[in-house]
Design a protein around this ligand. Structure first.
Ligand code: CA
Length: 368
């Protein structure tokens, strides 16, 4: 994919802006962090400990490496009995992405978690295109670690979604989107099949409790990479999801945990057989380097909610009164009036404290 100065500048802006915000370059965000009241907005999950949270993870693993860290966090929480991973699906088209997901699932003792592929012809080679060093670490993970996914007989993400959702109790599933949204839009547009007689919209409405999205930065005056769909890809799938998804959507924007580095101790605390460690090492071409925790915080919130006993309060709900919009230029904005389905998360725990808690989860040894 052609690298242009504009592309690089856009990406850098997207990466730097959240860092700047959290580093007190912008007093508004600092104020938001310090004054946010840890009271859940209506519809936000506060705590849920009685039963494991049933999760489907939709990821652009390969474009960045925090997705690998996020999946490690999800497995660590599953090992603690807090999450049950129903499926992991790729929203990039790279034929090695599903195998890479399966390699991580297999390392954590869950080789039979269904994986799905994105059939749309975008990101057929999933690399961090905006950097000078752009490894295709999903290929390394697929080919060099134990997994049993064949690139030739994989189901589409929509098929995996429909099968998983149909088998679950009503209103029980949390969907986590830490990448692009074509799979979700395709699920919404899907019709009845062998798994369910329901349309995609009816199936979502019946089975899904909430959608947690990494995206939707507030105040959001620039292009949102993940909501737009990146580069020259149309933002229309994300627009469809944002406008019409029939359950609560909680936006865990990039500035919630941007600038919080995790994964730097994978090389010193986990074995070489850990594909998550390999992903971080390949991403940086060096051991011992951490990455921002955008996707990790989305998973942490999706499973644990706003707080957890012993850890304290991680997040709070935002003020109500706005809904997220996305236009065809990929520019997102929070506007009035409110939409009861659109919620926004803010972080109240300090960067260093939440970083330590995430790092412990990322490096936790598999239980099985
Ligand atoms: Ca991601």
């Amino acid at each position: 994919m052609a690298q242009t100065p504009l592309n690089m500048a856009s990406r850098l802006l997207l990466l730097v802006a959240p860092l700047c915000l959290l580093a007190a370059c912008n007093s508004g965000t600092q104020e938001e962090l310090s004054t946010a009241t840890p009271q859940p907005a209506e519809g936000l999950l506060e705590t849920q400990y009685e039963e494991a949270v049933r999760v489907i993870l939709d990821t652009d693993l390969g474009i960045d490496v925090d997705d690998a860290g996020a999946l490690a966090v999800l497995h660590a929480l599953a090992d603690k009995g807090e999450a049950r991973i129903l499926a992991t699906v790729a929203n990039v088209n790279d034929p090695h992405a599903p195998g890479a997901l399966d390699a991580i699932n297999t390392y954590y003792g869950r080789p039979n978690i269904p994986v799905g592929r994105n059939p749309r012809k975008q990101f057929s080679v999933a690399t961090p295109w905006w950097r000078e060093h752009h490894p295709r670490f999903v290929k390394d993970l697929d080919l060099q670690f134990p997994e049993d996914t064949s690139i030739y007989n994989l189901k589409t993400a929509v098929s995996v979604y429909r099968k998983a959702l149909a088998a679950q109790p009503d209103g029980s599933v949390t969907v986590i989107s830490i990448g692009f949204m074509p799979n979700l839009a395709d699920l919404m547009a899907s019709g009845s099949d062998s798994y369910s007689s329901l349309s995609g919209m009816a199936l979502i409405r019946r089975k899904v409790k909430r959608l947690v999205v990494m995206g939707g930065t507030y105040p959001g005056s620039d292009r949102d990479l993940y909501l737009k769909g990146a580069l020259d890809i149309s933002p229309s799938p994300a627009i469809r999801v944002i406008n019409d998804w029939p359950t609560t959507i909680v936006f865990t924007a990039g500035n919630v945990c941007g600038g919080i580095s995790t994964g730097q101790t994978l090389a010193s605390r986990t074995p070489r057989s850990n594909p998550v460690r390999a992903a971080y090492t390949l991403f940086f071409n060096k051991e011992g380097v951490g990455r921002d925790s955008w996707d990790l915080c989305s998973v942490l919130y999706a499973v644990r909610g706003l707080s957890h006993p012993g850890d304290g309060t991680y997040f709070a709900g935002s003020e109500t009164g706005r809904h997220l919009t996305l236009n065809m230029d990929g520019v997102s904005a929070w506007r009035t009036p409110s939409d009861p389905l659109h919620k926004r998360l803010v972080r109240v725990m300090s960067s260093s404290t939440i970083a330590a808690k995430l790092e412990a989860l990322v490096t936790k040894a598999p239980a099985n």
